[in-house]
Design a protein around this ligand. Structure first.
Ligand SMILES: [Zn+2]
Length: 180
């Protein structure tokens, strides 16, 4: 890990963890993949390690990220999906040539060779969530400065925050202080 950059927020769901690399979109936004190397770090944590990333590829990744955010937000609000965002997600999905590989331990790994492949995996993950193919519910974080789209897989489907350790805690503290 490279020092001097904002920490990653690591969630269990690939696509919405990726959109979480920009947080506080409605407050003071924190960019967690400010450089190509930092994107490589993030991808490696999700089993999508690649060797190199250019500035242009980082731009593509961020464009995909914001498109997923826009489409997932619309889906959470049960609005129509934004056409431009859908196009970007589909383009990135089509560009990727990742292969799912079953290991002898019975786990899945991705065989990828480029940023395009990694972004294709993320785009496909977003598609499966937005299309409602996975067990869970898209929702928006209750923190007013965040409002990130997240995928709630809790049994009761009543999760309120994108991340318990950050947004959830901050809201609890704010309420506690307000009561004093
Ligand atoms: Zn949040």
């Amino acid at each position: 890990m490279r020092a001097g950059f904002p920490d990653f927020r690591l969630g269990a769901v690939l696509a919405t963890s990726f959109t979480g690399t920009l947080s506080e979109r409605h407050g003071e936004p924190v960019e967690r993949i400010p450089t190509p190397d930092r994107l490589l770090d993030w991808l490696a944590l999700y089993g999508l390690a690649v060797d190199a990333c250019t500035g242009a590829q980082l731009d593509l990744a961020r464009e995909l990220r914001e498109s997923i955010h826009a489409a997932a937000t619309a889906a959470a609000l049960q609005d129509g999906l934004p056409t431009a965002a859908v196009q970007v997600i589909n383009d990135r999905s089509a560009q990727g040539r990742a292969a799912a590989v079953l290991t002898s331990e019975g786990t899945r790994e991705w065989r990828i060779g480029s940023i395009d492949d990694a972004l294709g995996v993320i785009a496909a993950d977003a598609i499966s969530i937005i299309a409602g193919e996975r067990d869970g519910r898209l929702a928006l974080c209750a923190s007013p400065t965040c409002q990130a789209a997240f995928f709630d897989t809790s049994q009761s489907r009543t999760r309120r925050w994108c991340d318990m350790n950050t947004c959830g805690n901050r809201q609890k503290k704010a309420r506690f202080n307000a009561k004093k």
